[in-house]
Design a protein around this ligand. Structure first.
Ligand SMILES: NC(=O)c1ccc[n+]([C@@H]2O[C@H](COP(=O)([O-])OP(=O)(O)OC[C@H]3O[C@@H](n4cnc5c(N)ncnc54)[C@H](O)[C@@H]3O)[C@@H](O)[C@H]2O)c1
Ligand SMILES: O=C(O)C(=O)C[C@@H](O)[C@H](O)[C@H](O)COP(=O)(O)O
Ligand SMILES: [Zn+2]
Length: 346
């Protein structure tokens, strides 16, 4: 079942109405130290007077089981029962981690997603994937669990750093590349200079919801939402092991989409002309992620743990055309390394 979803300035009022229902017990807000400072003051008027707040340190490196323990500690201290509701206020790290923590506490309590980054508004808060990183692998431990509601208010984006905005934009571009050729054709001429993100968020969420509704547990079609992630997650996981070489999820996905578009051409699926359009557009927005040739094998090796794999086969999502993706395309670790070498040289 797809979760009820509200987009726009009225969405927090919808959340308030749901939280005011008699069937709601304790309300526990999960934030990080940035969203507590910048977003919680905007959310607070919509919360019941009595609620508690868990503040986690911000950043992907804290998307761990230890952070979940902090959430479970608070829930336990508050004696939260099965009527309790967790409200996740933050970017994708908080919506993934808070959702996962709620899904496991007392075998599952309800949670609401209040995404505050562009990335979380168009992607992470939608579709019920929750989880944490483990042993350096992205989202290695997690469950599919739909939230009780998703409340997307673009006003939160006003305090978002431009680099974070760009990172989220990569998932919007991904939705265009896998399912909406017209939006790519129009959107690529507009870029990031957008006054009101609402219609773009609405369209992007609609694309994702339509795919998730057909295959919520990712047994087939949903894998197209993972375009750019076989290589992107490998790059992100590798750089997370490297002190002071921070990469954002969307930046890694943007690089991954170039690599996987190149692989699509190598496999005879995509035309070189379309690859050129994709590359030119993505490089007009994203700087090249720096790594040296010696690192390509180590990065590629992370793809062995991709969740779409079957045994030793790495199943990648590739493009047949802009706007049309095809999943379960077998590739090798060597292919991943070659695509990274291509990315590095162009
Ligand atoms: N579940 C899914 O389907 C899904 C989809 C895409 C990505 N993800 C996951 O999402 C994560 C990335 O999410 P993200 O890019 O939102 O990162 P994030 O949660 O780390 O947020 C980015 C930074 O922005 C800050 N921030 C958040 N909202 C803010 C605001 N309104 N104003 C100012 N600062 C704000 C945060 O504190 C953080 O420092 C990754 O872990 C990725 O794996 C999950
Ligand atoms: O919702 C999905 O399905 C996605 O693949 C969306 C991705 O953008 C997102 O990064 C997701 O968390 C990746 O999932 P994973 O299963 O590869 O960890
Ligand atoms: Zn992603």
């Amino acid at each position: 079942m797809v979760a009820p979803l509200f987009i726009g300035s009225e969405s927090l009022a919808e959340l308030a109405a749901l939280l005011a229902r008699p069937a709601v017990g304790q309300v526990i807000v999960v934030t990080d130290d940035n969203t507590q400072r910048l977003c919680y003051p905007l959310l607070r008027p919509y919360l019941p007077a009595k609620h508690s707040v868990v503040v986690l340190p911000a950043g992907e490196e804290f998307k761990t089981l230890s952070s979940c323990e902090l959430v479970w500690n608070e829930l336990t201290t508050e004696r939260a029962d099965r009527f309790a509701v967790v409200v996740n206020l933050g970017g994708g790290v908080i919506t993934d981690l808070g959702g996962f923590s709620a899904a496991l506490y007392k075998r599952g309590i309800r949670f609401m997603q209040v995404p505050t980054t562009l990335l979380a508004q168009v992607d992470a808060s939608v579709g019920g994937k929750t989880g944490v990183d483990y042993q350096g692998f992205k989202n290695h431990i997690g469950v599919f669990q739909e939230p009780a509601g998703v409340f997307i208010d673009p006003q939160f984006l006003q305090t978002l750093d431009p680099r974070q905005l760009k990172s989220g934009y990569a998932e919007i571009v991904k939705h265009w590349l896998i399912a909406d050729a017209d939006a790519f054709a129009t959107g690529r001429h507009i870029g990031l200079f957008v006054e009101d993100w609402t219609p773009i968020i609405r369209a992007s969420v609609k694309t994702k919801e339509a795919i998730v509704a057909q295959d919520p547990l990712e047994s087939g079609l949903r894998k197209i939402l993972n375009f750019g992630h076989t290589v992107g997650h490998a790059l992100e996981s590798y750089l997370l092991t490297q002190p002071s070489r921070e990469i954002l999820h969307g930046e890694a996905v943007a690089a991954g989409m170039i690599c996987e578009s190149w692989l699509s051409v190598q496999k005879g699926l995509l035309s070189p002309e379309e690859l050129d359009k994709i590359e030119t557009f993505l490089f007009s927005i994203y700087e090249k992620v720096p790594f040296v040739s010696l690192e390509t094998e180590a990065i590629a090796d992370f793809a062995r743990q991709d969740k779409k794999n079957a045994g030793t086969t790495i199943n990648c999502t590739l493009l047949e055309a802009i706007g049309r993706a095809v999943y379960d395309q077998p590739i090798t670790v060597q292919d991943v390394a070659d695509s990274l070498r291509y990315y590095q040289k162009i």
